[in-house]
Design a protein around this ligand. Structure first.
Ligand SMILES: NC(=O)C1=CN([C@@H]2O[C@H](COP(=O)(O)OP(=O)(O)OC[C@H]3O[C@@H](n4cnc5c(N)ncnc54)[C@H](O)[C@@H]3O)[C@@H](O)[C@H]2O)C=CC1
Ligand SMILES: NCC(=O)COP(=O)(O)O
Length: 346
């Protein structure tokens, strides 16, 4: 049976950042526009389009916003200056996301693709969330969710999937935040998502250590010895159909995925569980900054986003690359049918 095309809400992100530009560039490369509704301010998109048309340096084509379906949100455009995120741009990007979530929860969309926002601008606007992920989870009423980065290699066709066990917290809080319960929740979600969204029934997952050399038997840190290794043993019993490798020393963990990514070997796992933000995202962004996609797993709908931020340093200059936004739109379109089929089966 042919499933209906996925309906996507696409938020503009911070209007002072590169979100509007990457959206116009990404959409110019897609053919299926009927199912995409941009949630943002038409005036901002029109200004961005005019800037891009006038620019002599922009390399990528942009679509005319007149061709796009929109939920148009009125904002005071005079308070928005490209490259200068502020309380007004934070209030706007918050309103775009809130609106997209409300329409999605009302059943109008199957997925939300989000443009990048700046957390400090949300804060300036009085919204105290660590990021879009937490707002999405709160509004969807879930407390079990995760931040997963997905990137398909242009060299080998292999897909790298990296789940972060902890996300936007200060580095000094990481060791105290990590514990067996948290990791079990993340692993449960990961196994579920690999099956439901990617059709992988018997996955291979690599888990990173925390300390140099995974603690070197307690000499360089004790988390591995005290609880990470025993926890992994327990998980191997819980998931006999999953190959769980680890804790792998964090410096060498990324050698095999890099070889697999660049096509010089074929040793990749189906998923990587990184213990903190930069442990997972430095390798992901080094290998795949122009194509990785940030997804939120555990929500009752699909959410994807480019891996990059608001790029305030290049906003309004025509320099932003729309490739990661394009990948985020394509991944959402790919996953929705898998997810709907898995939910029907379950
Ligand atoms: N999905 C989201 O909403 C994300 C939001 N952020 C937020 O973005 C803000 C800025 O964060 P940064 O750490 O500076 O990261 P960033 O990704 O905005 O910029 C890092 C560097 O990459 C360049 N860059 C980013 N996207 C690019 C693109 N599409 N094409 C060409 N060059 C690009 C920028 O010019 C800059 O030099 C922060 O407030 C952060 O919280 C960061 C990551 C993701
Ligand atoms: N480093 C990823 C990131 O900042 C995206 O966060 P979110 O706003 O999608 O929660």
């Amino acid at each position: 049976m042919k499933l209906p095309a996925p309906r996507l809400a696409l938020t503009l992100g911070d209007p002072a950042g590169i979100g509007p530009e990457v959206i116009l560039k990404a959409l110019s490369k897609l053919t299926k526009l009927d199912e995409i509704t941009v949630v943002g301010s038409r005036q901002i998109l029109q200004q961005t389009y005019q800037q891009l048309r006038a620019s002599t340096i922009t390399m990528q084509k942009a679509i005319d916003p007149e061709q796009l379906q929109m939920i148009d949100i009125d904002i005071d455009v005079d308070k928005i200056t490209p490259g200068m995120g502020n309380a007004a741009s934070g209030a706007a990007s918050f309103a775009y996301l809130e609106t997209a979530i409300a329409h999605t929860l009302a059943g109008e969309f199957d997925a939300i693709v989000t443009g990048p926002i700046a957390k400090h601008c949300w804060k300036a606007a009085g919204h105290h969330y660590p990021g879009q992920t937490e707002l999405l989870a709160e509004r969807a009423g879930v407390n079990r969710f995760g931040m997963l980065f997905v990137a398909k290699s242009p060299h080998s066709g292999w897909t790298m999937r990296t789940l972060l066990a902890t996300t936007h917290i200060p580095l000094r809080q990481v060791p105290d935040t990590l514990n067996p319960d948290l990791l079990s929740r993340k692993l449960d979600l990961f196994v579920e998502c690999l099956e439901q969204n990617f059709g992988i029934q018997t996955p291979k997952i690599a888990i990173s250590g925390l300390n140099p050399h995974s603690g070197e038997n307690g000499q360089l840190g004790t988390e591995e010895k005290d609880w990470l290794i025993p926890w992994l043993e327990e998980m191997r019993d819980r998931y006999p159909h999953v190959q769980l490798d680890g804790p792998i020393p964090p410096d060498t963990l990324w050698v095999k995925p890099a070889q697999t990514w660049f096509g010089t070997g074929n040793y990749g796992h189906d998923g990587y569980l990184a213990l903190y933000h930069d442990q997972g995202l430095i390798p992901v962004k080094l290998m795949a900054f122009d194509r990785a996609v940030n997804t939120t797993i555990g929500l009752p709908f699909i959410r994807t986003s480019p891996d990059h931020g608001t790029g305030f340093d290049i906003a309004g200059k025509g320099l932003a690359n729309g490739a990661s936004m394009k990948a985020a739109l394509e991944l959402a379109m790919d996953i929705v049918p898998h997810n709907s089929a898995a939910q029907k089966k379950g």
